[in-house]
Design a binder for this molecule. Structure first.
Ligand SMILES: [Zn+2]
Length: 254
């Protein structure tokens, strides 16, 4: 069995039987990895006392090709990120974002861009204040949907192929395809110009820069309605931790 050694973000960890721990991890080299740490609770120093979501760890594991679970031989905390004194808003966001990653990242399929999104989001989450969490959550949803292939290109109408002007309202159908006023048949989610601009700003900028643009509160709310519908459609259910987000303070209207 080959030995693997790599950096990872913890997405979830839970106790299995008496002393073993299951860790769901996101790695750059191997995508999502599920590992079992035997005797993790007895061997605290070897596996770290606490493996909260988004904790950065260095792992070594053996992979038996026939098993879905890899055998973790070590899991050392590199950066604990959000363990102590964290607000319930932030905790809700962390649980929600890590749940989306568990659902949207396939096992053992590396995705460099998703890994970079997570790295940038975690860095931003450390410095963002609670009032910026809604904007950061929308940013992450938009990018994860895009990288997973669930967010259509919004540049032209899905029916007549006409390129949209910057100022026009467009409509998204149930499948997330954009349509112009003529082709939408009066149905779908309307994206007004400011919402489209906010979406484009997300797609052009790193999260930390996007937050400094003081995104429009109504546009974020409108995007939130669209992203959750696309997520719901992709997963065929609502994410379990979505309700935790209702604890978020709304963005103050400018
Ligand atoms: Zn059209």
């Amino acid at each position: 069995m080959p030995l693997h050694d790599m950096h990872a973000f913890v997405l979830r960890s839970f106790t299995l039987k008496e002393a073993d721990k299951i860790c769901v991890l996101l790695t750059r080299e191997a995508g999502q990895v599920r590992g079992v740490a035997k005797g993790a609770r007895r061997l605290r120093s070897r596996f770290g006392a606490s493996l909260e979501p988004f904790t950065e760890v260095q792992i070594t594991y053996y992979q038996n090709e026939s098993k879905e679970l890899v055998a973790l031989s070590s899991c050392e905390i590199v950066q604990s990120n959000f363990a102590a004194g964290i607000s319930s808003e932030r905790l809700g966001v962390i649980h929600y974002l890590t749940e989306l990653l568990i659902e949207f990242t396939p096992a053992h399929e590396p995705n460099e861009r998703v890994y970079r999104l997570v790295t940038a989001t975690v860095e931003t989450l450390k410095v963002a204040d609670d009032a910026q969490l809604v904007a950061l959550t929308r940013y992450f949803e938009v990018w994860l949907l895009k990288l997973a292939g669930f967010l259509a290109d919004m540049k032209s109408c899905g029916d007549c192929s006409r390129a949209f002007t910057e100022s026009e309202t467009i409509w998204l159908d149930n499948e997330g395809q954009p349509h112009c006023r003529t082709c939408c048949d009066g149905a779908g989610d309307a994206l007004v110009a400011v919402t489209r601009q906010t979406l484009q700003a997300m797609l052009k900028q790193a999260p930390q820069n996007f937050l400094t643009t003081n995104p429009d509160a109504v546009a974020l709310q409108s995007l939130g309605g669209i992203t959750i519908r696309l997520i719901h459609r992709a997963l065929e259910r609502a994410p379990k931790s979505y309700e935790l987000l209702t604890r978020l303070r709304p963005v103050a209207t400018n």
